[in-house]
Design a protein around this ligand. Structure first.
Ligand SMILES: C[S@@+](CC[C@H](N)C(=O)[O-])C[C@H]1O[C@@H](n2cnc3c(N)ncnc32)[C@H](O)[C@@H]1O
Length: 228
């Protein structure tokens, strides 16, 4: 199917239609930056957005961009049904091909914004990863993020935080994983523009302590540590 037809299929979905206006320009720009054919990026985006998820197409492109630039393993906290995981995995293929570690216990949980999650998400996650043909590039760590951090021992290229948005929990996620960040690492936080939730406060704190903002798209902010 050609890219225009894929776009038409994408924008039939109401949640996506509202944000699709600038997509062609963004896809062309990113494909050119990555040095890949535009059609290939459309296919990546289509494979990503077919999976249920809470990140929008423009935000998926942003995740693909930073995954392609990642200099080490990619860690995602909060995978739900796999949309952002697929964006990271498909983006990583346009760079060094780093593995994506998808950390989510898939246990009963109600987020601060009211959405409920649970074990059925694990089934959908696996189905979506197989359909998007990224299962070999993703390692599901079916644990709480802080428990997973206790067993981790490598530097991280990209950390995407999209788990529990209560401030003490998002701060604890960051603190558990920050020992594995280097000056080259990038950190993306979802829902960082939603007033009053934990990611917004954490982004403010990081900026105040000298971290650099790399990009802000939709609800996601990407940051990098201040050079030592
Ligand atoms: C907002 S959703 C993630 C959305 C996902 N990134 C997407 O692309 O649609 C939040 C997820 O965080 C997970 N979660 C909650 N607490 C967690 C924790 N302590 N560690 C890891 N994941 C957690 C939930 O199970 C849920 O699937």
């Amino acid at each position: 199917m050609n890219p225009a037809a894929l776009l038409r299929r994408l924008i039939r979905e109401p949640a996506i239609r509202a944000r699709a206006v600038n997509l062609p320009r963004q896809v062309h720009g990113l494909a050119s930056e990555m040095g890949i054919p535009v059609r290939r990026l459309w296919l990546d985006l289509y494979a990503t957005v077919r999976a249920e998820g809470l990140v929008h197409p423009d935000e998926c492109l942003m995740l693909m961009r930073f995954a392609a630039q990642s200099t080490g393993p990619i860690v995602e906290i909060g995978s739900y049904r796999g949309r952002s995981t697929i964006a990271l995995a498909r983006g990583s293929r346009h760079g060094a091909g780093n593995l994506v570690f998808a950390i989510d216990p898939h246990a009963a949980f109600t987020g601060v914004l009211g959405k409920t999650f649970g074990p059925a998400d694990r089934v959908a996650f696996m189905r979506n990863l197989l359909r998007a043909k990224v299962a070999e590039q993703v390692s599901l760590v079916n644990l709480d993020s802080r428990a997973a951090a206790r067993g981790w021992d490598a530097s991280i290229g990209l950390l995407f935080i999209d788990g529990d948005h209560a401030y003490p929990r998002v701060r604890a996620d960051f603190d558990a994983w920050s020992p594995f960040l280097t000056e080259q690492s990038m950190v993306c936080l979802d829902d960082s523009t939603v007033p009053g939730v934990g990611p917004e406060q954490l982004v403010d704190e990081l900026l105040e302590s000298g971290w650099r903002e790399l990009q802000r798209t939709g609800k996601i902010t990407a940051l990098q540590p201040a050079a030592a």
